[in-house]
Design a protein around this ligand. Structure first.
Ligand SMILES: Cc1cc2nc3c(=O)[nH]c(=O)nc-3n(C[C@H](O)[C@H](O)[C@H](O)COP(=O)(O)O)c2cc1C
Length: 311
C-alpha cells in the first residue's frame, strides 16, 4: 500500500511534508539539476530584502561538531531581481515556492511583501523574525513578544498570501513567542532558526567567524529544536513547520511526532545536495514499512504516558 504523503499547511497542499530550508537552497533554480524539484514538498528561498545585500566579511561559515556555524549576513539579490530573474524559471515546477522575507525595520518587511504580492508563482511568505530591528537599538524582532506581534500584525495586513512566521530559538519561552505570532495573525510557524554561538581559535585567540558570533545549525541542535516544536505545538492551534538538524527520514518523523505538520531540511544539503529529495522519498518508504497510511497521522502523536516499569 502506498502511503498518503500529502499534507496541508495554512491551506497550501504540499505533495509531501519535506521542504528545503531558507538559505541552504539558494533560489531553488541552483538545485534544479541536482534535485528533482517535483519530488519535494517545496522550498523556501534565501531571505529576500528590499535592496540587494553583499553580506558579511569572510570567514562566515565554519564546520563544528555535528553541525556548522554561519554568519552569511543575509546576502541576497534583492526582491526585484528575484522576481525578474529567478521566479520565472521556477514556473515549470509543481513544488511549493515559499519566499523568505526579512528587513531591519517593519517598513522593509512590508516593502518586500508588497513587491512579492504583485508577482505570480509563490504559495506563501515566511517572515524571518531573527533580524535585529534598527529602530529598536538592535533588539531582535523574534526575541520580544511585543515587537514580534507588531511585525506580524502589519505584515499580515498587507500580505496577499498565507504568512508563515519563522521563530528565533534564542528566547526563554518559545511558547510565548508562538502565541504572540498566532494572536497577531500568523497562518503557520516555522521553527527553529539558528542558535547564536561563538567558536574561538585558541592559537590565534580570535573568533573563528569574522562576525564574532554566528548561528549554529545541524544535528547538534536537533533535540533542542524538537523540544521547542513540542512546546510551541502545545501553545498554538496553527500548523508548525519543524526544522533544526534534520538529516534522515527518521529525524523528520521525530519532528512530526512532536507536533510538526511539515518539516524543512537545511544544513544537511551542504553534506548532500540531494538530502531534501532523499529525506522526502525516504519518509514515504518509512511510512510504508511502518504501516503509516497517512503521513499526517504522525503529527503530534508523541506518547508521554508513563513508561511501563521494566522487569
Ligand atoms: C548558510 C545558512 C544560511 C541561512 N540563511 C537563512 C535565511 O536567509 N533566512 C532564514 O530564515 N534562515 C536562514 N538560515 C537558517 C535555516 O533556514 C534553518 O532555520 C537553520 O539552519 C536550522 O536548520 P538546519 O539545522 O536543518 O540547518 C540559514 C542557515 C544556514 C546554515
Amino acid at each position: 500500500m502506498k502511503p498518503q504523503m500529502e499534507v496541508t499547511v495554512a491551506g497550501i497542499r504540499l505533495r509531501n511534508p519535506v521542504l528545503a530550508a531558507s538559505g541552504t537552497f539558494g533560489y531553488g533554480i541552483e538545485f534544479e539539476e541536482i534535485v528533482s524539484l517535483d519530488r519535494i514538498g517545496g522550498f523556501v528561498t534565501k531571505g529576500l530584502s528590499r535592496e540587494p545585500m553583499a553580506g558579511n566579511a569572510a570567514p562566515r561559515i565554519i564546520e563544528t561538531a555535528a553541525g556548522m556555524m554561519n554568519a552569511i549576513g543575509l546576502q541576497n539579490v534583492g526582491v526585484k531581481a528575484f522576481i525578474e530573474k529567478k521566479l520565472p524559471q521556477l514556473r515549470k515546477y509543481s513544488c511549493a515556492v515559499i519566499a523568505n522575507v526579512f528587513g531591519y525595520e517593519i517598513e522593509d518587511y512590508l516593502a518586500v511583501i508588497e513587491a512579492l504580492n504583485a508577482a505570480e508563482g509563490m504559495a506563501a511568505y515566511e517572515l524571518n523574525a531573527s533580524c535585529p530591528n534598527t529602530k529598536h537599538g538592535g533588539q531582535v524582532f523574534g526575541t520580544d513578544a511585543g515587537l514580534l506581534g507588531e511585525l506580524v500584525t502589519r505584515a499580515k495586513a498587507v500580505s496577499k498570501r498565507p504568512l508563515f512566521v519563522k521563530l528565533s530559538p534564542n528566547v526563554t519561552s518559545i511558547s510565548e513567542m508562538a502565541r504572540a505570532a498566532e494572536q497577531a495573525g500568523a497562518d503557520a510557524l516555522s521553527l527553529v532558526n539558528t542558535f547564536v554561538a561563538l567558536s574561538i581559535d585558541i592559537k590565534t585567540r580570535r573568533p573563528r567567524i569574522a562576525n564574532i558570533t554566528g548561528g549554529l545549525s545541524g544535528p547538534a541542535i536537533r533535540p533542542i529544536a524538537v523540544r521547542m516544536v513540542w512546546e510551541a505545538a502545545k501553545a498554538v492551534k496553527i500548523p508548525i513547520i519543524g526544522l533544526g538538524g534534520i538529516t534522515t527520514p527518521e529525524d523528520a518523523v521525530e519532528f512530526m511526532l512532536a507536533g510538526a505538520t511539515a518539516v524543512q531540511v537545511g544544513t544537511a544539503s551542504y553534506a548532500d545536495p540531494r538530502a531534501v529529495e532523499h529525506i522526502a522519498t525516504g519518509l514515504e518508504r518509512w511510512c510504508a514499512r511502518n504501516h503509516v497510511e497517512r503521513v499526517s497521522d504522525l503529527t503530534g502523536k508523541l506518547d508521554t504516558s508513563p513508561q511501563p516499569a521494566q522487569g
